[in-house]
Design a protein around this ligand. Structure first.
Ligand SMILES: NC(=O)c1ccc[n+]([C@@H]2O[C@H](COP(=O)([O-])OP(=O)(O)OC[C@H]3O[C@@H](n4cnc5c(N)ncnc54)[C@H](O)[C@@H]3O)[C@@H](O)[C@H]2O)c1
Ligand SMILES: N[C@H](CO)Cc1c[nH]c[nH+]1
Ligand SMILES: [Zn+2]
Length: 440
């Protein structure tokens, strides 16, 4: 991997951001490519979805809505070991996400005056599970579990149709949906899926897809560009693009673990990013050596090799773990592993990461499938300001203001004073009208 030596230097966060490895992933540039797709689906519905599906997925499904029988059949035919693993993943995710459900809080501001923050689930959501370079039944779990726990009443899953399966999404995607009790699945991928979810459409056999309020889930640049384009008409989660792993390690880390973990995320995409930040040049050398053999032997060797040699991946040498923390905070990785002495206390000092994996026995792959945490996480530095998918992503907070006559009278003069200060006297008059026209 490329090396950057920052030992003996103390760059600012802005300087770090300018020098750290990062892919050229220009979502804005992809907007012009997906705009015609989105507009065609808006104007011509499912017919346009099918045209783009033929073009990009090389298959034309008979219908875009997946028949109910295909869902039950997929689960019936699912390998029992995969079923057991999905059940474990679902049950752990439910355990963690159940604790996230916020309860309504009522604050008594004055006697007779309360403000309640009420959490209301979004009515209908569209959940995307990618199906390009790999298929992601685990992402069905990570989308559906928080939405269900939030209390969303209507869920639809979209995943790309697979030519090898007659235009249906991959059977493990269908089986995961069935296991989770989701019965509305549509075979659409990328930008056309997001547009279909946002605008709705009528299938070839007359089945209706009602527009959703929010679309969540990760995907490639076309999916992300469509989410960015349609944001406003629909809500979206944080952008979750090509997978990233950063490992902050010192001389106590095992190079075999570090190399295996860097490869694990590089296998998602040639654009995936694997970054090692270390105080130890010996560890960096040992990891590089380990990578040579492992990359050659791994199944998706060329994809991994491309990701690891890309400008988005590399080794950063730092003088101290404190300097390393500054680097990983500036980078704001989707996944951050801490493989140092006293990993817990180092992890406690991290500010920016989608998820943090502490110590030798918490590899990112555990979080991808079975830790109970969510794997739909912000990439591209978005972890500086955004969180991963959670129950909260599917809830809206509404303030409910309930004041009695006396409680309003008590504060009426203040409202009028502020309204006058803003030269919006009608605001004050709306209060005064309740008290005979004057509150002074
Ligand atoms: N951050 C996360 O939480 C997370 C989780 C899982 C996966 N991922 C990432 O999601 C991404 C999945 O990408 P993918 O490509 O494998 O699957 P995908 O489902 O996002 O994309 C496949 C779709 O892209 C569309 N497409 C293909 N070529 C196109 C073109 N030239 N123009 C317009 N549309 C086109 C096709 O319609 C196809 O259905 C990977 O980068 C992976 O790393 C991220
Ligand atoms: N690492 C991905 C999130 O970036 C999630 C995933 C799903 N399956 C395997 N990995
Ligand atoms: Zn992964």
């Amino acid at each position: 991997m490329n090396r950057t030596d920052l030992r003996g230097q103390v760059p600012t966060a802005a300087e770090l951001r300018a020098t750290l490895p990062r892919a050229e992933y220009d979502v804005d540039a992809a907007l012009h490519h997906v705009r015609p797709v989105v507009e065609a689906v808006r104007d011509r519905g499912v017919e346009a979805v099918l045209e783009y599906t033929e073009k990009f997925d090389k298959v034309r499904p008979a219908s875009v809505r997946v028949p109910r029988a295909s869902l039950t059949q997929a689960l019936a035919e699912l390998d029992p070991a995969v079923r057991a693993a999905l059940e474990e993943s679902i049950s752990r995710a439910r355990k963690v996400h159940a604790e996230q459900r916020r309860t309504d809080v009522t604050t008594t501001v004055v006697e007779g005056g309360t403000v309640t923050e009420k959490w209301v689930p979004v009515e209908r959501v569209g959940l995307y599970a990618p199906g390009g370079l790999a298929v992601y039944p685990s992402t069905v779990v990570m989308n559906v579990v928080p939405a269900q726990i939030a209390g969303v009443g209507s869920l639809v899953v979209c995943s790309p149709p697979q030519a090898a399966f007659g235009g249906l999404p991959h059977p493990t995607i269908l089986a995961a949906a069935e296991l989770l009790g989701v019965d509305e699945v549509w075979a659409a991928g990328g930008a056309q899926a997001v547009a279909l979810l946002a605008y709705g459409g009528t299938d070839t056999d007359g089945a209706e897809l009602a527009p959703v309020d929010i679309v969540t889930g990760p995907g490639n640049i076309y999916l992300t560009a469509a989410k960015r384009l349609l944001r406003g008409l629909i809500g979206i989660d944080a952008e979750a693009g090509p997978t990233e792993i950063a490992v902050l390690a010192d001389e106590t880390a095992d190079p075999v673990h570090v190399a295996a973990d860097l490869i694990s995320q590089a296998e998602h995409d040639p654009l995936a990013a694997s970054v090692l930040v270390t105080t130890s040049i010996e560890l960096a050398d040992a990891v590089d050596k380990e990578l040579v053999n492992r990359v050659a032997a791994t199944k998706h060797s060329s994809r991994v090799a491309e990701a690891l040699s890309g400008k988005q991946s590399g080794v950063i040498l730092v003088s101290t773990v404190d300097d390393g923390l500054r680097v990983v905070d500036a980078y704001a990785a989707e996944h951050l592993e801490i493989q140092t002495a006293d990993a817990r206390s180092v992890a406690a000092r991290v500010r920016n990461a989608g998820a943090i994996f502490v110590g030798a026995y918490a590899p990112v792959s555990l979080g991808d499938y079975c830790a109970g945490s969510n794997h739909v996480l912000p990439t591209g530095g978005f972890a500086r300001h955004s969180s991963g998918l959670s129950v909260q992503s599917f809830l809206k907070g509404i303030h409910v203001v309930d004041y009695s006559e006396n409680a309003l009278r008590e504060v009426a003069g203040r409202v009028v004073a502020l309204a006058d200060a803003e030269d919006l006297p009608a605001h004050g008059e709306a209060v005064a009208a309740r008290f005979g026209g004057s509150v002074r």
